[in-house]
Ligand binder design. Structure first.
Ligand code: THU
Length: 156
């Protein structure tokens, strides 16, 4: 028997340490929380993706009385970006969450289904998608979705 250890590197930035591109993307994700439809969880999530052509697409979680029918902010955003700009690579994805009157202090991280969906676009693009997880004052930066999805399912 041998052990296989998988580690994840998370770069922790204060908001002010980010470059202008990253600050802007985080702001777009935060702004997108305002469009969240989350009457059930009251947990408003926003996401924003920067495409290689310079476009930024943002989106939010959209819930439904039939709970499984709702969609996370990440999938709303990346599926719409894929539909608007098919074949255009995604460079960076920022995620923010707002609840009980304030942005969450500790960054949230995408659910398993969203990680798998992000991975697919990362593979299509042929390069890692940088992930920015925004807390109130700090931002976690990951150099690709594989950091959050070790031993991922890979069919192609
Ligand atoms: N949610 C997201 O939109 N993204 C995440 O990364 C985690 C959770 C949504 C799903 C649901 O509408 C609400 O947040 C509470 O789970």
């Amino acid at each position: 028997m041998e052990n296989k250890i998988i580690s994840t590197k998370i770069e922790v930035y204060s908001y002010n340490e980010l470059n202008d591109t990253d600050k802007n993307l985080v702001e777009r994700a935060k702004k997108a929380t305002e469009t969240s439809y989350a009457p059930y969880s009251k947990f408003n999530v926003g996401a924003a993706v920067l495409l290689e052509n310079g476009e930024i697409i943002s989106g939010s979680n959209q819930e439904n009385a039939a709970f499984p029918s709702g969609t996370c902010a990440e999938r709303t955003t990346i599926f719409y970006a894929g539909a608007r700009f098919p074949g255009v690579r995604f460079c960076k994805l920022a995620i923010a969450a707002f609840t009980e009157g304030e942005f969450i202090d500790e960054p949230i991280s995408p659910c398993g289904a969203c990680r798998q969906a992000i991975l697919e676009y990362e593979k299509l693009g042929g390069q890692p998608i940088e992930i920015l997880l925004a807390g109130r004052n700090k931002v976690y930066k990951l150099q690709g979705i594989r950091s959050l999805l070790p031993l991922s399912f890979e069919e192609f």
